[in-house]
Design a binder for this molecule. Structure first.
Ligand code: PAF
Length: 275
């Protein structure tokens, strides 16, 4: 497995791989890798990629001033061996300085209805940071496919829109949420949770599992009650059309139900898409 930190060297290597006719996949991550990330590498393999590049970069531009950028878990050595064991063929560990020039001034912004709701409404500038870094990674790696996780459903929806609207030559795959046997969705931020907070966090997946097709308002009230009973502070509980993220009044095929809560100081998200 190759390791890169210099964006230009990565770009040159990826161009030579592409030129030789091999299929390149990109798995963008912020590290602190867990089985959810490894499932993205598995999805890249299943898609027939010959080279799988995993980027590991805690992207400063997608964190708000009062968010957890400084304390976000980082473990390059462990991440590197997890990538190797999972079948990645290259890892990319850039630094903020080699990803962003001191006078960086061009940003990629989704300027329609996809970013001003849900996490975007609560985390101003978050998706601007995500779109910008993902666009940069696409330009460095020029992958045939890029794999994202469904846990960040709004992110995946916005990236798909960015790819469509800016004509990025890449196929976006979205891999299903990976859960602990308890139902808890895997997240690097679960590392912040105490045992008690982890037990309370089960209310997210349990609430989603109990949903049925039909009117939303009454089910929403039930979920909010269930989350609050476990001491979770609701950030949002919303049912939306999975294609355009607009609120809906009833759950049916194509609906996504998305939750965000504070469990102590930790913000957790989860979702369920009705097929
Ligand atoms: O989902 C993430 O971990 C990040 O938002 C991403 C896509 C790697 C961009 O920094």
């Amino acid at each position: 497995m190759r390791t890169f930190s210099d964006p230009q060297k990565l770009q040159r290597w990826c161009a030579s791989v592409r030129e030789s006719g091999r299929k390149v996949a990109l798995v963008p991550t912020m590290g602190a890798l867990h089985d959810g990330h490894l499932s993205l590498i598995a999805a890249a393999k299943k898609a027939g990629a010959d080279e799988i590049v995993v980027s590991i970069f805690v992207n400063p531009t997608q964190f708000g001033p009062n968010e957890d950028y400084a304390k976000y878990p980082r473990d390059a050595k462990a991440d590197s061996s997890k990538c190797r064991r999972a079948g990645a063929t290259a890892v990319f560990f850039p630094t903020p300085d080699n990803m962003y020039a001191a006078d960086h001034s061009v940003w990629v912004v989704e300027d329609g209805d996809l970013s001003d709701c849900l996490c975007g409404a609560r985390r101003p500038g978050h998706f601007r940071g995500v779109c910008t870094v993902v666009a940069k990674l696409f330009n460095l790696v020029h992958p045939h496919v890029a794999v994202f996780g469904q846990k960040d459903f709004q992110q995946a929806t916005i990236i798909r829109r960015m790819v469509r609207d800016l004509n990025f030559d890449v196929e976006v795959l979205v891999a299903p949420i990976v859960r602990e046997s308890s139902g808890l969705a895997l997240s690097s931020r679960n590392a912040y949770l105490s045992e008690e907070e982890k037990a309370n966090a089960l209310a997210l997946s349990q609430s989603l599992a109990g949903l049925k097709a039909g009117p939303w308002a009454v089910q929403r009230r039930r979920i909010v009650k269930c989350l609050e009973k476990r001491g979770l502070k609701v950030d949002y509980v919303e049912a939306v059309d999975s294609r355009n993220l607009r609120p809906v009044k009833a759950i049916k095929s194509g609906t996504a139900v998305l939750l965000a809560v504070y469990d102590g100081k930790t913000r957790l998200i989860d979702n369920r898409v009705f097929r």
